[in-house]
Design a binder for this molecule. Sequence first.
Ligand code: NAP
Length: 256
Amino acid sequence: MANKNPFIVITGASAGIGAACAEAFSRQNSRLILGARRTQTLEQQKAKLLELGAHSVDCISLDVSQDQSSNNFCEEVLQLTQGNIDALINNAGLAIGTDHLSKGDLSEWQTVIDTNITGVLRVTRGLLPAMIESKSGHLFFLSSIAAHQVYEGGSVYCATKHAVKALAKTLKLELNGTGIRVTTIDPGMVETEFSVVRFRGNQSKADQTYAGMTPLTAKDIAECVQFAYQRPQHLNIDEMILMPTDQATVYKVHRR
Ligand SMILES: NC(=O)c1ccc[n+]([C@@H]2O[C@H](COP(=O)([O-])OP(=O)(O)OC[C@H]3O[C@@H](n4cnc5c(N)ncnc54)[C@H](OP(=O)(O)O)[C@@H]3O)[C@@H](O)[C@H]2O)c1
């Protein structure tokens, strides 16, 4: 029987898909625990989330690329939930630049790897033992179509998402028999702050990414996360690949 006021932990909840997940799970009267570096932005969302139906909203500073910040976050989550985590949505992530590997910037790669791979590991390592002990919970990994395909200029980002996919698949094996569900969510193009970050703040370049086509919205993805969560306990959706109708592959995009 599903928890009436589930504890839902979301990393990277200050924007895009994470923020949309917070809204979706508010409507389910969840007890939300939200992490991101921009805590002020998280706090600004709180009133709306409570209005939508959230039972409670706790906003915690989190930089998944840092050990100390991730440890503090996990400690606070464990205190708030008493170890009863219904879902951990590993969503925080980013891409920086579209440079070919031969021209890439080592410190930018380090940030992407530290966020998308080690960040996911830090938070999952911090919270998973409690989930195993309580024999319940649902792990979500925001991966990408970049876990299935690669593209020029995407070497490191694609490598991190391939890594996330491998981690999730390994966890499926290691957690078999614990009752914990593991789902990867693999979207194609979703219009969020993602491209603004990728193009280092250049809004017009970010806008060009979606020119003439209809991208997915953060809400589309959040609804799919929620759908997977709401299936009965015996049903695990391993993987969801979510593409805009206008996008066939990373390269083939129909533009009007
Ligand atoms: N948009 C797409 O087309 C797309 C497609 C496939 C997969 N994805 C994946 O979906 C996830 C969410 O992306 P999005 O599209 O929603 O992008 P977004 O709008 O840029 O949001 C990214 C979120 O991650 C947080 N974040 C970034 N670095 C962080 C860090 N070091 N510590 C904690 N939080 C951090 C940001 O918050 P702060 O800046 O406040 O920390 C923000 O809340 C990512 O993993 C991304 O790779 C996106």
